[in-house]
Design a protein around this ligand. Structure first.
Ligand code: ZN
Length: 227
């Protein structure tokens, strides 16, 4: 079995770019918790406020709820810079405006590394990716490619990883970070306590990896640049 490469350790800042609240918590937050505990700085930027994401809640009410939950969730893993760009949830498209926002944010925050939502067609056979994610990730890649001096590399959290980071000590942080999306998860599944939902989700993502020495790891795919 091909072994995953270790995720780089010689970086100080990472910018996480995603489409919606809770996107960083599905697959990245254990790694983020580790990085911030090591003194690295991580920023989150979200295209939308996830205002279409809670059934029964009007977008004008839902957006602020989800922004608050995302900020709380980020703080659990040591991220205090969280920004929302205001693109419409469920109608995110790879437009010049979105690509411009990606470039502007990268230039302003000047990260060593960029990590984005996965934009491939499916997470697994029969598990299609969302259109928002695909459009958003395509915009990020095109924006990165358009830059004269882009950050040194671009990763995504997709199903065909190339690199991994050991996160055995950060699973609880990832669970608590996802569980901070309390209102969102409690509507999504009213019968299962939020922390149990979060624990089950994180257990699926942060697993012992045979292709990474058998340790619990978060995995990323290098799309551009040099790790
Ligand atoms: Zn999403």
């Amino acid at each position: 079995m091909a072994q995953l490469l270790p995720f780089p350790i010689d970086f100080s800042t990472a910018l996480v770019l995603v489409a919606h609240p809770d996107d960083p918590e599905y697959g990245m937050s254990a790694a983020v918790a580790r990085w911030t505990s090591e003194g690295r700085k991580v920023f989150y930027a979200l295209a939308s406020s996830g205002e279409a994401g809670i059934e029964g809640l009007a977008p004008t009410e839902c957006g602020p709820v989800r922004e608050g939950e995302q900020r709380a969730s980020a703080a659990v893993v040591g991220v205090y810079d969280v920004e929302f760009w205001g693109f419409p949830d469920s109608s995110i498209f790879n437009t010049p405006e979105l690509r411009g926002k990606v470039v502007e944010t990268i230039e302003r925050s000047h990260p060593d590394i960029v990590i984005a939502t996965y934009g491939g067609p499916e997470w697994a056979p029969g598990a299609p990716n969302q259109r928002d994610h695909i459009e958003f990730a395509t915009a990020v890649v095109e924006a990165y490619d358009s830059m004269d001096s882009p950050p040194r590399c671009l990763f995504v959290n997709g199903p065909t990883p190339t690199h991994a980071v050991e996160v055995g000590g950060f699973v609880d942080a990832a669970v608590n970070s996802l569980a901070a999306h309390d209102r969102y998860l409690s509507v999504l599944d009213p019968t299962t306590p939020v922390v149990e939902q979060a624990r089950a989700q994180v257990a699926m993502m942060a697993q012992p990896r045979e292709d990474f020495g058998g340790v619990v790891a978060s995995c990323f795919e290098l799309l551009r640049g040099t790790a």
